[in-house]
Ligand binder design. Structure first.
Ligand code: KIV
Length: 275
């Protein structure tokens, strides 16, 4: 069944948990889609896990469009959500609408995600008015890394927790179709989830959110040595890949690959004429 902004809202109303994973290319999107995951996020995490930057700040609109197009070709049932990269919406409401439009028109996304709460309510309202569904991202918002002074759990003090609750209500009021809560204490995420009519998708926000999102390299143990506290490694694909690459290297060196079954034949008489 095709996932849409309507079906994800219905899932919340019916108490069905939602799943979201990141993808950045066609083949991974196809595998995730075939596994029945509800939403694929083309996250600006691509800057770190695909392009090797130390944070997400250098990701461009061109990067996002290029990867979103590939993902959209691989996703038939999953709802494709594309991240608005740093400085593609912060500069003005006009920029926000134009760049959200590019992600839909050129990238073939079905929704866009942007980081921020009430300070971006006007942007969310304007993008929504252009018939583009918006997912808001609250809590640890990686594009604000320098303002936060590092990657830290958000909303721990009464003031910060109150601000998060109010931000969540403000983005819902502005028209957001869902909200991502990143690195928010579980009890606070539960309270926010209960107060919203739109789905709250958690990452490091506990089990009481309406759904969960993970970066696929994290959940497959494919990315570096660092494992955030909130990540569960569902498979050790990184180790399996390294073993396969090493086996390939050894078999090529030993001359056991390619074997006869990997080889194309030609009649001996044709070859003899060439000597
Ligand atoms: O960019 C990303 O992958 C994200 C998720 C971590 C939610 O925003």
């Amino acid at each position: 069944m095709k996932n849409t902004v309507v079906t994800i809202r219905q899932a919340k109303e019916q108490g069905e948990k939602l799943t979201m994973l990141t993808a950045y290319d066609y083949s991974m999107a196809k595998l995730i889609d075939e596994a029945g995951i509800n939403m694929i996020l083309v996250g600006d995490s691509l800057g770190m896990v695909m392009l090797g930057y130390e944070d997400t700040l250098s990701v461009t609109m061109e990067d996002m469009i290029h990867h979103t197009r590939a993902v959209a070709r691989g996703a038939s049932d999953a709802l494709v959500v594309a991240d608005m990269p740093f400085m593609s919406y912060q500069t003005s409401v006009y920029d926000a609408v134009c760049n959200a439009g590019r992600l839909m028109k050129e990238g073939r996304a079905q929704a866009v995600k942007l980081e921020g709460g009430r300070e971006f309510a006007e942007h969310i309202r304007a993008i929504t008015k252009a018939s583009i569904p918006v997912v808001a991202h609250l809590g640890l918002t990686p594009q604000s890394l320098n303002a936060f002074g590092g990657f830290k759990v958000q909303g721990k003090s009464e003031e910060a927790a109150r601000k998060l609750v109010e931000d969540a209500k403000a983005v819902e009021k502005a028209g957001a179709v869902a909200v991502v809560l990143e690195c928010v204490p579980a009890k606070l995420a539960k309270l926010i989830t209960k107060q919203l009519h739109i789905p709250a998708i958690g990452i490091g926000a506990g089990a009481d959110c309406d759904g969960q999102v993970l970066v696929y390299q994290d959940m497959l143990a494919m990315f570096g040595g660092f494992k955030p506290k909130f990540v569960k490694q569902f498979a050790q694909i990184g180790t399996m890949m390294k073993e396969a690459f090493a086996n390939y290297r050894e078999e090529v060196a030993a001359g056991t690959f390619p074997a006869a079954e990997h080889t194309f034949k030609i009649e001996d008489e044709v070859i003899e004429k060439l000597y």
